[in-house]
Write a protein that binds this ligand. Structure first.
Ligand code: 13P
Length: 283
């Protein structure tokens, strides 16, 4: 079932849970996430970075998206993660993508506002929802790499102005999370999140959720986080399952067999994250 991003996130906001947004990379990973969501009746967002769109091919992605909405009857929303290029965004909106993150967070405030506003204005004609980031997360997400010293936390007052001037539907916040795995114990600025929630009434988004303790994520959900992005932990589970299978079956050559453990391992992580988000039985 296809459902608009605003509907999916507004329900989460109203009922204080979060919709997990999983980064996928191919048919197997997309199906694994969707099968798990269907089994647990969890609403879900399927996220694709520019790297994934390039790898899978736009046309395949668009058609798989359509096929998935026929096959499953839970709320599903496809989403472009960390897109920076307006031409790509326009093309993909025209192909039917219902939700977009424009990441202009590396620009200064005024330029970030200008770029995001341009995307919002275009997206509005198609009823497409837009997420943007204020502040800057550190870590590595596909081709996006930000050094720890360059991370910038979201300023709550500025967040309010940003939301008002851009007209975005949801705001990705920088409160100490990072893309990829954490080197030490992750420390989040929970007071800052509470201050942002006071200033901003649209759904908030937590990037970099891989490796965060469950309790900490749940604390952020109580403070307005309605979408939790997970990539790295799923990739690790899939890769470990695959490596284990190939070690045990060195002569394996049939992907229908050697993907089996990878899919099972990934399913477990996806299910745990849905439970963490409180999204089970909401779809
Ligand atoms: P992780 O890879 O840390 O889970 O982050 C995912 C993310 O935020 C995607 O935008």
């Amino acid at each position: 079932m296809i459902i608009s991003r605003n509907q999916i996130l507004k329900d989460a906001q109203l009922k204080t849970y979060a919709v997990p947004a999983f980064n996928i990379h191919n048919l197997e990973t997309m199906k694994t996430v969707l099968d798990t969501a269907q089994e647990l009746r969890s609403p879900v967002m399927i996220a694709a970075t520019p790297g994934t769109v390039g790898y899978m091919g736009r046309e395949f992605l668009a058609e798989m998206m359509k096929a998935a909405t026929k096959r499953y009857d839970i709320p599903i929303c496809f989403h472009l993660d960390h897109h920076e290029n307006m031409d790509d965004i326009v093309t993909l909106i025209n192909m039917g993508v219902p939700s977009v993150m424009i990441d202009a967070s590396h620009h200064d405030f005024e330029e970030n506002v200008r770029i995001v506003r341009e995307v919002v204005d275009y997206a509005a004609k198609f009823g497409v929802a837009v997420e943007a980031e204020l502040g800057r997360l550190s870590g590595i997400e596909d081709d996006l790499e930000v050094d720890e010293k360059d991370q910038i936390y979201t300023n709550p007052k500025q967040a309010q102005e940003f939301v008002e001037r851009t007209g975005i539907d949801s705001l990705a916040v920088a409160i100490g999370t990072a893309h990829g795995l954490y080197k030490g114990e992750p420390k989040l600025d929970i007071d800052r999140l509470a201050a942002i929630q006071k200033e901003v009434d649209i759904p908030l988004v937590l990037h970099g959720a891989s490796g965060l303790p469950v309790k900490l994520v749940q604390e952020t959900i109580k403070l307005g986080i309605c979408k939790v992005n997970i990539a790295t932990e799923l990739k690790i589970a899939f890769a470990n399952g695959l490596k284990g299978y190939l070690q045990e079956h060195p002569d394996a050559n049939d992907p229908r067999h050697y993907f089996k453990d990878a899919i099972d391992e990934m399913k477990k992580v996806a299910a745990d994250k849905m439970k963490m988000c409180g999204s089970v039985n909401r779809g």
